[in-house]
Design a protein around this ligand. Structure first.
Ligand code: PLP
Length: 396
């Protein structure tokens, strides 16, 4: 009989030649467990998803309660589904007033797609400006914004009228003109290897968008829900985007995303033609219930307030000559190393010793650290010791 690992390789589509192949039996809090007694600290939160840890009891209760009521009932936007209404209401309550309507999706990429559409229709313009080394999702529209020639070549033709600027380079902002429908930026570039922009740069982007009548779309799919030490990373810059993209950490482990905007912008999908953006499963009631419970946990347990202190603990523990630089904001961190082979060996060593770390789509020479925000001081110290052991092992 074939093992699960063999069947995984045989029967499920593979995205690379070297999947991590760590088999998971169950998960709880910051830990993942394998079928043979393995125990791992999930130091990447399933890629910035499990901000409140795995299987938080309040999320499980919200899911169970909703299971007793209904699952899918109809396509998004038709029936009044209490979990969606409650989640939208809560989200808008924690966001600035300019945001007064939420469109729910299944994923981050879909949020990107929806945002591009409303920006084009609202402004009547066609051009969208994105940043080099961005990542906004893998569907063809979102992939058009990736700013990495390898992906463009392989999947051409992608969307026309996309221009790229360098991230955090004010000199490039003159490319934003009155022909630009929208500028889309990650609040902090994630897959580029955690690039934190200057406050002045983001403010200059906001101003240039205001001057040209272009919409500013902020992708907070990775930075949202407390990850960077604010509930949303735009708060670090003292600006408000026009459209906010959410997903990943939103659902407490369930699939859900959203694009959030002002009604004046969002309403363009209602007319000419009607049903301009529709989805069957977007805002699934079980995911919505889980997302509301997760947001309440983040707020009630005051998780955001402790992020910066925990981040400083990581930075203090992770002192080693092989680490060239520690970049990041809050618990969205990265360790810059010298080479991919070094990164691969270190992360393999860590996995073998019970700590999951990883690297980045556009930056294979850096290690990703994005633990659940619920990680405690002892667990931080213990995880960092494993990483330090890996670094010591690497140089000896
Ligand atoms: N935007 C950012 C910044 C992301 O990091 C990701 C996923 O990694 C996405 C968009 C796409 O989200 P999804 O994988 O849910 O489509």
């Amino acid at each position: 009989m074939l093992t699960n690992r063999q069947l995984f390789l045989l029967n499920t589509a593979q995205t690379s030649h070297s999947p991590r192949l760590i088999e998971i039996d169950r998960a709880e809090g910051i830990y993942l467990y394998g079928p043979n007694g393995e125990k791992y600290v999930d130091l990447v939160s399933g890629f910035a998803v499990s901000n409140i840890g795995h299987r938080h009891p309040k999320v499980l209760k919200a899911i169970t309660d909703q299971l007793g009521k209904y699952l899918h009932v109809t396509v998004y936007g038709e029936f009044v589904q209490a979990p969606q209404v409650a989640l939208a209401t809560k989200l808008l309550a924690v966001l600035p007033k300019r945001f007064d309507t939420v469109y729910f999706t299944n994923s981050g990429a879909e949020a990107t797609e929806g945002a591009m559409k409303i920006a084009k229709k609202f402004t009547g313009r066609r051009e969208i400006i994105a940043a080099h080394n961005a990542y906004h999702g893998s569907t063809q529209g979102a992939l058009s914004l990736i700013g990495n020639p390898e992906y463009h070549k392989a999947y051409a033709p992608l969307l026309p009228e996309i221009k790229f600027i360098r991230y955090n380079v004010p000199e490039d902002l003159h490319h934003i003109t009155t022909g630009t429908a929208a500028v889309i930026l990650e609040a902090i570039q994630g897959e580029a290897g955690i690039r934190v922009p200057d406050v002045g740069y983001i403010r200059a982007v906001r101003k240039r968008c205001d001057d040209t009548g272009s919409l500013l779309i902020f992708d907070e799919i990775q930075t949202g829900f407390g990850r960077t030490g604010k509930l949303f990373a735009f708060e670090h810059y003292g600006i408000e985007p026009d459209i906010l993209l959410l997903a990943k950490g939103m659902g407490g482990g369930m699939p859900i995303g959203a694009f959030v905007a002002n009604k004046a912008i969002m309403d363009v999908i209602k007319d000419n033609p009607i049903l301009g953006h529709i989805t069957t499963f977007g805002g699934h009631p079980v995911s919505s219930a889980a997302a509301l419970a997760s947001l309440n946990v983040i707020l009630d347990e005051q998780l955001v307030e402790d992020v910066e202190r925990k981040a400083q603990l990581f930075r203090r523990h992770l002192q080693h000559p092989a680490i060239r630089e520690i970049r990041g904001k809050g618990l969205m961190l990265c360790l810059q190393m010298d080479s991919f082979s070094q990164v691969a060996r270190i992360s393999n060593y860590c996995a073998a010793h019970g700590v999951i770390i990883d690297w980045f789509l556009h930056c294979e020479t850096a290690l990703r650290i994005a633990p659940p925000l619920t990680i405690n001081d002892e667990e931080i110290a213990m995880s960092c010791q494993v990483i330090l052991n890996a670094l010591q092992h690497e140089i000896s």
